[in-house]
Design a binder for this molecule. Structure first.
Ligand SMILES: [Zn+2]
Length: 149
């Protein structure tokens, strides 16, 4: 897989052109944020005066950890409005978009990812005994309550 997203100005259609592909550009290696596959991109590049205007769509799959329940889940971070412009002159040969594309994906990562909006978090499991000994204790408490009542 490519490790850069770049536009070859020598081959760019003067009318503008759409480039598509997949590039492995997210080098995060965090315990709770794991990218997998590459960034899929579909970008339109066009020279406007002495600037190259690039707009379009980026997406990247991640394995994240839910901030409520702590479980892993897969999600796709989508950037639908990527927009950057780059100054060009007669010496410019290639415009590299890699770091801008990477930044816009990372900026769209949620600060508090949730596996689903309705995720109740770990609180919902509090009544479930995690250990058999707790279950026994629960039984004692119930019994005692019945004797008193
Ligand atoms: Zn969750």
């Amino acid at each position: 897989m490519d490790t850069e997203i770049s536009i070859d100005l020598g081959r760019l259609d003067p009318e503008g052109e759409t480039i598509e592909g997949e590039a492995d550009i997210i080098d995060l290696d965090e315990e709770f944020v794991k990218p997998f596959g590459g960034v899929r991109y579909r970008l339109h590049a066009q020279l406007v005066g002495d600037e190259l205007l690039v707009t379009g769509h980026l997406e990247q799959d991640f394995d994240l950890v839910c901030s409520r329940c702590g479980k892993d889940f897969d999600t796709t971070i989508v950037v639908d409005d990527f927009t950057e412009s780059y100054p060009v002159d007669e010496k410019s040969r290639e415009i590299v978009l890699t770091s801008d594309a990477r930044d816009s994906i990372i900026l769209n990562l949620p600060s508090y990812p949730v596996c689903e909006e309705s995720c109740p978090g770990i609180a919902a499991d509090v009544r479930q005994p995690v250990d058999g000994r707790w279950a026994a204790l629960d039984g004692l408490i119930t019994k005692k309550g019945n004797e008193n009542g």
